[in-house]
Design a protein around this ligand. Structure first.
Ligand SMILES: CC(C)(COP(=O)(O)OP(=O)(O)OC[C@H]1O[C@@H](n2cnc3c(N)ncnc32)[C@H](O)[C@@H]1OP(=O)(O)O)[C@@H](O)C(=O)NCCC(=O)NCCS
Length: 153
């Protein structure tokens, strides 16, 4: 199936999101129902196959919490989720996308993200809990610059 044909949905339920992120060893300590406004899922709300989130910080956005259930990987769900997160961030005015990852640097490189020094992170990104406290210092920091979305339509 092409990535464009994969459907994502907004605001996946907290319990399902926590289950996927815990299984993937990703942080959940700062998740709230409000934060899930900017999260997307794949599968069904009761049997989530994948999740991604965005923290919107003006022209910057942190892409976070990307996980696909182990038995659902390599079907393009990861790419489709990142596409959904990017579309959402751009629709809200973000042009600079940032993320931290321990295990998926090459995956994100394939989607146009480039490794960068953590010291180059803007203040708003540094202040996120994910950046400041929840992700290990060894995590790779990556950046992608996007064209502004056409929001006139
Ligand atoms: C990273 C992850 C989300 C990818 O999900 P997925 O649904 O398997 O991804 P896709 O099917 O869209 O894969 C796209 C491509 O990336 C490759 N890929 C997948 N995971 C990869 C990884 N960890 N490292 C390098 N490449 C990877 C796939 O082989 C595929 O390549 P292809 O298009 O040439 O066939 C999934 O492996 C996962 O949940 N990992 C654990 C959590 C994690 O590391 N999250 C990222 C940190 S925020």
């Amino acid at each position: 199936m092409s990535v464009a044909a994969i459907t994502t949905f907004a605001r996946p339920p907290l319990a399902q999101v926590e289950r996927l992120l815990n299984d993937a060893g990703l942080p959940t300590a700062d998740l709230t129902s409000a934060r899930l406004e900017d999260f997307f899922g794949i599968g069904s709300p009761n049997a989530l196959a994948g999740v991604v989130g965005v923290e919107l910080l003006g022209s910057a956005a942190l892409v976070r919490s990307l996980a696909v259930a182990p038995d659902q990987r390599s079907h393009g769900f990861g790419k489709a989720l990142v596409n959904a997160a990017e579309r959402h961030a751009r629709s809200k005015g973000a042009t600079d996308l940032y993320l931290l990852t321990n295990s998926a640097e090459q995956f994100f490189e394939g989607l146009g993200y480039k490794r960068a020094e953590r010291t180059t992170a803007p203040e708003a990104i540094r202040r996120t809990r994910e950046f400041a406290a929840l992700c290990p210092a060894s995590a790779v920091f990556m950046i992608k610059h996007c064209a502004p979305a056409d929001r006139s339509a």
